[in-house]
Write a protein of this length. Structure first.
Length: 590
């Protein structure tokens, strides 16, 4: 058999393997149980809109942050309305199975649009797409923000089409699609301001090309049509419930405590997520692609990749925008006839290696068919919410931040203390003090209790350790020490405390639990979690802290070491081991 045919068959086989890895890893991400904290308040808001046939103007079912402006509340409650209605309608028709289908309806078109723009060698393109799936899969596709990722891919497809040589009739169709896309996007997610940024950049960059022929400016008629499409798209985006004011609110920087607003470096130090390494690889490949294309530089593409690369590196939330912008020019660069002979095996090896690394977890998730359309029981207090519903406990809730949306969805019209809708600094300071069980006196009252009293909170729904870090929460100590609060529900993942008030006295009489031997019971719960979810690092850290409380330092050290075997950079386990060894060295005579 001629060597050329052998090489061709080898490339076809490699592409098929990469495609299979891509599909299995994609399915592993999209068949995850519901585990995004913001999804649930979006779902509940959509249900409210359908029920009342109106848009809410302020936070629903929330202890409203005292410093949050009316404009900010209106933006949060109205800028996602169309996506929220679609989520509520889908859930009402098909439950969480329909939401899983919604994930596919967003994710697959995103990939298709990126692939359509990524013109080049088929093996190079498939390798890049397989890497992109590993990066994008960590962003929950059920959240409205994924509409912005899809909107970005669609807008870039239209703008690239308007720049490409094609019949005039085809360009007019693309120009008409730009404002239609922008008005739809502006009513689905506030991230349409990214689309406005893209429109502005394309208008500026393509106009600057007129300064010199070497920049290859567009023909006058084609440039004029592009600018008309850009202008009409920008104007159409203002047809949203907040008009032009949405831009000012949407561009406000996110709170630093939200993980998505941290840099990729900080995120990797905190959790050592391997997908961030894949993202860094794509970032370096995109930079190399620009360098390799120096003979025919395109200022529009260079600026697009550079800007999205910077924002994605410094802010985790922007990574999908970078993938949509940078992957097509990278594919084109590495498909160049001078490079493709060595770029094919390099990129195929990278795609295969990364895909195989993620494959076992993805395949295991695909096999867990019973979990596909369910809420993740580790990350959300299903049992606690059911207990409150069944017993009829009354009052507003203090809650873990990440639980706010779920509890709001399950327990409204009861109000929650915090959730993903607001990041008011004053409220978040109060939240942290309560979560830590801060007993410093403020106006003659312990800080944690003063907050609960001031907001008239009669219920507390909390884990005994943070689900991500494993840190034991001081609020549990504070509530146990207070004679007016009693545990009425205890499980491995959530606790319910009720204040001794008249409205809940009957429930307290029936369900109040002893405060004695409380922490030994929690220790047993961590053992159960270690067996049921051996892949989770936080329960091992919490178990170590509980052993320390009970005076068993040797067992504590073993638990921390198990945590480090799962995540070698886990900061809390690392610090705890250092503290134990320092204390041991002080006790050991020299």
């Amino acid at each position: 058999m001629p060597s050329g045919r052998v090489l061709e068959r080898s490339r076809a086989a490699a592409r098929l393997i990469l495609l299979c890895l891509l599909l299995v890893n994609l399915a592993g991400f999209l068949f995850q149980p519901m585990n995004d904290s913001d999804f649930f308040w979006h779902l509940r808001t959509g249900e409210w809109i359908l029920q009342h046939r109106a848009l809410p103007q302020e936070y629903l079912f929330s202890v409203a942050p005292p410093q949050t402006t009316a404009a900010a509340q209106r933006f949060i409650m109205t800028s996602y309305w169309l996506t929220q209605v679609m989520l509520a309608a889908l859930h009402g028709a098909g439950g969480f199975a329909a939401i899983v289908a919604w994930r596919w309806l967003l994710f697959v078109p995103f990939l298709v649009l990126v692939a359509r723009r990524a013109q080049g060698d088929p093996l190079v393109r498939t390798a890049f797409l397989s890497l992109a799936v590993l990066v994008l899969g960590l962003f929950p596709a059920e959240r409205p923000q994924f509409v912005s990722f899809l909107g970005t891919a669609a807008l870039l497809y239209l703008l690239d089409g308007l720049r490409a040589p094609r019949p005039a009739a085809g360009r007019r169709w693309l120009a008409g699609a730009v404002p239609a896309l922008m008005v739809l996007w502006a009513n689905c997610h506030g991230g349409f301001v990214v689309g406005l940024g893209l429109l502005g950049w394309f208008a500026l960059a393509e106009s600057l090309k007129l300064l010199h022929p070497r920049l290859e400016p567009l023909p006058t008629k084609q440039l004029r049509l592009l600018l008309v499409a850009i202008g009409s798209g920008a104007l159409a985006s203002l047809l949203n419930p907040n008009g032009w004011q949405v831009i000012q609110v949407a561009l406000h920087p996110g709170a630093t405590f939200i993980a998505e607003y941290r840099s990729t470096l900080e995120s990797y130090r905190n959790a050592a997520d391997p997908w961030i390494i894949v993202y860094w690889g794509l970032l370096m490949l995109a930079a190399a692609g620009l360098a390799l294309s120096w003979r025919r530089p395109d200022v529009t593409t260079i600026g697009l990749v550079a800007l999205t690369g910077y924002f994605s590196f410094t802010t985790l939330r922007h990574v999908p925008f970078f993938v949509a912008a940078a992957l097509p020019p990278a594919v084109a660069a590495f498909s160049d006839s001078r490079l493709v002979r060595w770029s094919r095996p390099l990129l195929a090896a990278l795609g295969l290696g990364a895909g195989l690394f993620f494959l076992p977890a993805a395949a295991a998730q695909v096999r867990e068919t019973r979990q596909w359309a369910r809420v993740d029981a580790y990350y959300f207090p299903q049992g606690a919410a059911a207990f409150i519903e069944q017993t009829g406990l009354k009052g507003s809730l203090f809650n873990l931040y990440d639980w706010g949306g779920y509890l709001l969805w399950r327990l409204a019209p009861r109000s929650v203390f915090v959730d993903g809708r607001g990041a008011d600094p004053e409220l978040m300071d109060e939240y942290r003090r309560v979560l830590a069980g801060d007993r410093r006196l403020v106006d003659g009252q312990e800080a944690w209790k003063r907050t609960l009293d001031r907001h008239q909170l009669n219920l507390a729904v909390t884990p005994f350790f943070h689900p991500d870090s494993g840190k034991l929460l001081g609020i549990v100590d504070a509530l146990l020490a207070d004679p007016t609060w009693w545990p009425v529900y205890v499980s491995a993942t959530s606790l319910v405390f009720a204040r001794d008030v008249e409205a809940n006295r009957d429930v307290l009489r029936r369900f109040a639990q002893s405060k004695q031997e409380f922490y030994p019971r929690l220790l047993e719960f961590t053992r159960v979690l270690n067996v049921a979810r051996p892949d989770l690092v936080a329960p091992f850290v919490a178990r170590g802290d509980l052993f320390q409380r009970l005076g068993d330092r040797a067992s504590a050290l073993r638990s921390y070491q198990q945590a480090l075997r799962l995540v070698p950079t886990q900061p809390l386990a690392t610090a705890r081991i250092a503290q134990l060894r320092a204390a041991e060295s002080l006790r050991t005579p020299r």
